[in-house]
Design a protein around this ligand. Sequence first.
Ligand SMILES: C[S@@+](CC[C@H](N)C(=O)[O-])C[C@H]1O[C@@H](n2cnc3c(N)ncnc32)[C@H](O)[C@@H]1O
Length: 263
Amino acid sequence: MRGSKSPEDWEDLSDWYDKKQGESGDLWHRALIDPVLLKLIGDCKGSEVLDLGCGNGYLARRLARTGARVTAVDSSSRMIRNARAHDPEDALKVRYVHSDASRLVGVEDASFDLVFANMSLMDIEDAGGAVGEVGRVLRRGGRFVASICHPCFDTCSNSGWVAEKVGFEPARVYRRVRGYRTPFSEGVPWRLGTGGRKFTRSFHRPLSWYARVLRAGGLAITALEEPEPSEEFLVREREKEGDLDGAGFLEVPLHLVVEAVKP
Ligand SMILES: C[S@@+](CC[C@H](N)C(=O)[O-])C[C@H]1O[C@@H](n2cnc3c(N)ncnc32)[C@H](O)[C@@H]1O
C-alpha cells in the first residue's frame, strides 16, 4: 500500500466521523453527493432496505423516517455503536449489524428490495465480494445504488487539480490523472479540525472493474450519474482561498453514482 505507512482504521476515526456527518451529512454529502443518490433511491416506503458501510447511519435513519424497513451494516463496531446512539429508544427500528460487507453472515438470500452504499465501496477491501453479496441478498427486480469516488477522475493521490493562467483570462482548471489502469490502495488523508491529519485505506479500481463485478454479481447497470455541485457547495468552496474544488467540479465530476438492477 502507498501513501501513509500505517493508516488508521475507520474504528479509530468513528467518533470524529460521527460528529462530521451528524444527522444530515457533511457539506460534500449534503450538497453534492446525497441529492443524486437519494433521487436514484426514490420512494422506498414499505421496502426492505440495506445500507452497506453505513458509517454513523444518518442516511439509514433518514430512509427509516420515510417508512422504509432498514438494515445498516458496517465493519467498524464503534461506527455501529455510535449509529445506535442516535436513536436510543429504537424508535426508527433500524437493524444495525456489525459485519464485513463481503460476508453478510445471517442475511438471507433475496431479502432486500434495495441495497445502497454511500461512499463506502472504495473503502471495502473485498468490494467484489461485497457486490456479490448484494446480488445474493437482493430480490429479483431489486436495485443497488452506490456512490463512489469517480474512478476516472479521482485516482487518489494520482490525481489533482491544475490551474492555468493565460494572460488576462480567468484561470482554467484541469484535472490531471495518472496511473488510472492499475488498481492500488493507499492511505487517504482526512483533516481533523484540530489541524492534525489521519488516514484511512482506500482502493482505486478502474471503471471497467466496477462494470465487471456488477455483471459477475448478476446486476445490470441502469443509470450512471455524475453529481454537480449545488449553490451551497459552490458558495462554501469559494470561501476557501486557493481551493479549486468548486471551480473544478463545474467541469469535471469527482463522484459517480451507479444504479444496477437484479433482473
Ligand atoms: C467513507 S465512510 C462512508 C460512511 C457512510 N456511508 C457515509 O456516507 O457517511 C466508509 C464506511 O465504510 C465502512 N467499511 C469499510 N470497509 C468495510 C467493510 N469491509 N464492510 C463494511 N463496511 C466497511 C467504514 O467503516 C466506514 O464507515
